[in-house]
Write a protein that binds this ligand. Structure first.
Ligand SMILES: *[C@@H]1O[C@H](CO)[C@@H](O)[C@H](O)[C@H]1NC(C)=O
Ligand SMILES: *[C@@H]1O[C@H](CO)[C@@H](O)[C@H](O)[C@H]1NC(C)=O
Length: 236
């Protein structure tokens, strides 16, 4: 049996605990629209507490929900925990130290890469409460002007190859004649580099026409960008 004063003390403790728990409930807020970032830029992913209480004693987790390993950044016990961080985010992420005391846990992401595109979560946990928000990040990169090379005589025509690099998202490549009619070409080849940017390449065999002008066009509809190169093949 617990004696009188002890049980009073326990009751008081419980009461105090529930009172403090109640008082540290918070909401987590962030952007209402997706964030569009240009590859190579530095961006801020907004996330903050309402009321604007300090997160210095809390755990802040930033995750990329589209990634299988999912830790983009973790703040715990007053410091950045590097363990379990997705390698591609290493040395590119930080919180604003001077903002933590007022509940601002926005993430700074530097040198944006194609592979950063995705759904992110900002999760804030105190001892008695947690809440998270989600946001979407789109990455845009306009690739290089296509480089066209003449490969020489092939299968009764002239072999050409076109290549454009540094795109996000993945673009479409078409070969056109001088009237803008698309030519049947070989299978498109796509390569994604370590930073998540796309290179596209396609071979074509063209027959002589009255103009001998051909165009390689690379476009990406989501970001509404298009680059092209025209090539003239002198007849013999
Ligand atoms: C916290 O929010 C209150 C009310 O919105 C505001 O007046 C105050 O300046 C904020 N404090 C800090 C440190 O940002
Ligand atoms: C949080 O800090 C960042 C970086 O200083 C700033 O751009 C942003 O406006 C802050 N957000 C809030 C809600 O204070």
């Amino acid at each position: 049996m617990v004696t009188g004063p002890d049980s009073l003390y326990v009751t008081l403790l419980i009461l105090l605990h529930s009172l403090t728990s109640e008082s540290v409930k918070f909401e987590v807020l962030g952007p209402t629209e997706p964030i569009v970032a240009v590859a190579g830029d530095d961006i801020i992913l907004p996330c903050y507490l309402k009321p604007n209480i300090s997160v210095e004693d809390m755990t802040v987790d930033w995750r990329n929900l589209d990634s299988t390993d999912d830790l983009v950044y973790r703040y715990q016990n007053g410091k950045n925990i590097l363990e379990d961080q997705i390698p591609s985010y290493r040395e590119r992420t930080s919180l604003f130290k001077e903002e933590l005391w007022r509940g601002n846990t926005s993430l700074k992401l530097t040198r944006v890469q194609g592979s950063d595109e995705g759904h992110y979560e900002c999760l804030i946990q105190s001892e008695s409460w947690y809440e998270e928000i989600k946001m979407q990040v789109f990455v845009k990169a306009v690739g290089s002007r296509p480089v066209v090379s003449i490969e020489g005589h092939r299968e009764g025509g002239m072999g050409l190859v076109c290549q454009s690099e540094g795109w996000h998202p993945e673009p479409d490549l078409v070969w056109l004649d001088s009237k803008g009619v698309s030519l049947s070409a070989g299978p498109p080849k796509t390569h994604r580099d370590i930073k998540g940017l796309y290179t596209v390449k396609q071979h074509v065999i063209v027959q002589e026409t009255d103009t001998n002008l051909f165009t390689c066009r690379v476009s990406q509809s989501r970001i509404k960008e298009k680059v092209e190169t025209e090539v003239y093949i002198p007849s013999e």
